[in-house]
Design a protein. Sequence first.
Length: 86
Amino acid sequence: MNTMRTAYVYVRNIFAGTLCETDEGYSFSYDEKYMQTDGASVVSLTLPLTQQTYYSKTLFSFFDGLIPEGWLLDVVRRNWKLMKTH
């Protein structure tokens, strides 16, 4: 499984885990240090705290819901200088 892109996921400004796009889909894993933090919160109720890595052929619905669409996507692309392929 080759990692193509990686996103670092934060909860309340604390590094919580890593979301990776691979040639087979997506994976998400919580950071070990984060899981040992008192009061560590889940990123999503669909991704409970665990040491296991989650795998999905499609982007996890929680993260997919964070992606802007329509005119807001145009604003994000312009402000972050993203190409349409990103």
